[in-house]
Design a binder for this molecule. Structure first.
Ligand SMILES: NC(=O)C1=CN([C@@H]2O[C@H](COP(=O)(O)OP(=O)(O)OC[C@H]3O[C@@H](n4cnc5c(N)ncnc54)[C@H](OP(=O)(O)O)[C@@H]3O)[C@@H](O)[C@H]2O)C=CC1
Ligand SMILES: C[C@H]1O[C@H](OP(=O)(O)OP(=O)(O)OC[C@H]2O[C@@H](n3cnc4c(=O)[nH]c(N)nc43)[C@H](O)[C@@H]2O)[C@@H](O)[C@@H](O)C1=O
Length: 311
């Protein structure tokens, strides 16, 4: 990418968007265009069309989406399908109408079938039924991948799709009802320690397994893709290792220094039993994650909870 290129980061205030901004600034880019969701609601087709006509970005990072954990996905099913379809359709179509050179679309590991063989290969897409709790979100993401590929086929657009695993990092969402598991557990254990309560509730059975990638590692991988990858289809981005929710809860407990009990509440859904990504496609190009989970969680805890010293 040319160093003076105009880059639009959709969702620049979010965890991924802000990580992308940091990584691109670190790489020497300075010509960014951004809008908050109150300045530009990406669900509004005309507003998006007007924005692109006015700004004509050279590159687009599509990191804006309706995002949340298992509970939010399961409750706000209409919003997760409608908002994400509208956001990605408007941004991808306006990018095409305005000659955007390259667009990076962020999907998610949830697009793969619930019982697909592990580790999940990109070829597993659409080979089986999806996990019910996040099916609306997954359907939207699959539609985004297919729209990028269809615009490459019909119009020659160079729009690529990255599939990150579960993420954590600066500017994560810590709302206890709508967030993902890792930020939720950091907050739960921190508040239990501060308040001296004897027990922390963890949702589900603790048996599902998840893979966690730091947002800065994701941004580094996405920068590599922006500079080097020009193929249809999708690319998994992850660490290639996973752990159970029980092991994760114990890791967060150690990081926070909480000495109470952990209680698993199986009234909450487990979701997909496992979604370990096959990361060999990117590894084959020489990219591997570099931030270890213990180190990454300790750093996020220290900064998110105002210089708390991990135990
Ligand atoms: N977090 C995770 O574990 C994972 C995330 N991803 C994907 O990465 C991408 C970013 O996720 P993440 O950074 O975690 O999400 P965040 O919720 O942190 O950020 C989402 C961003 O989208 C913007 N946004 C939402 N709705 C609208 C709208 N209607 N109009 C304009 N902007 C909107 C928000 O803007 P504003 O702040 O201005 O309101 C926000 O900055 C998404 O595509 C997500 O699917 C993929 C795998 C895992
Ligand atoms: C990135 C990915 O993220 C989501 O899928 P998910 O990984 O299932 O979501 P999650 O992080 O919320 O849960 C992971 C596991 O953790 C357990 N769990 C325990 N205790 C808490 C808890 O307190 N909060 C939450 N949220 N989960 C908890 C929870 O019961 C589940 O077994 C979708 O957005 C999906 O579409 C997607 O893309």
């Amino acid at each position: 990418m040319e160093k003076d290129a105009k880059i639009y980061i959709a969702g620049h205030r979010g965890m991924v968007g802000s990580a992308m901004l940091r990584r691109l600034q670190q790489a020497g880019f300075t010509n960014f265009v951004t809008r908050t969701s109150s300045e530009l609601d990406l669900r509004n087709q005309q507003a998006v069309a007007d924005f692109f006509t006015q700004e004509k970005p050279d590159y687009v990072v599509l990191a804006a989406a309706k995002v949340g954990g298992i509970n939010a996905n399961n409750i706000y099913r209409g919003e997760f399908l409608y908002d994400n379809l509208m956001i990605q359709n408007n941004v991808i179509h306006s990018s095409y109408l305005n000659g955007v050179k390259k667009l990076l679309f962020l999907g998610s590991s949830c697009i793969y079938p619930k019982f697909a063989p592990q580790p999940l290969q990109e070829t597993a897409l659409l080979t089986g039924e999806l996990e019910s709790t996040n099916e609306p979100y997954a359907i939207a993401k699959i539609a985004g991948i297919k729209l990028c590929d269809a615009y490459r086929s019909q119009y020659g657009c160079n729009y690529i799709s990255a599939m990150p695993t579960n993420l954590y990092g600066p500017h994560d969402n810590y709302d206890l009802k709508n967030s993902h598991v890792l930020p939720a557990l950091l907050r739960k254990f921190h508040e239990a320690k501060e308040a001296g309560v004897p027990e922390v509730e963890v949702w589900g059975t603790g048996t599902p397994r998840r893979e966690f990638l730091h947002a800065d590692d994701l941004a580094d991988a996405c920068y590599w893709l922006l500079e080097n990858y020009n193929e249809p289809g999708l690319v998994n981005i992850g660490t290639g290792t996973d752990l159970s929710i029980r092991e994760l809860a114990e890791l967060v407990q150690r990081t926070v220094g909480y000495d109470g009990n952990i209680r698993f509440n199986s009234d909450y859904p487990d979701g997909t039993p496992r979604k370990l990504m096959d990361v060999s496609k990117l590894a084959g190009h020489g990219w591997v994650a570099s931030i270890g989970l213990e180190e990454g969680v300790a750093g996020v805890y220290a900064s998110a909870f105002k210089d708390q010293q991990p135990a």
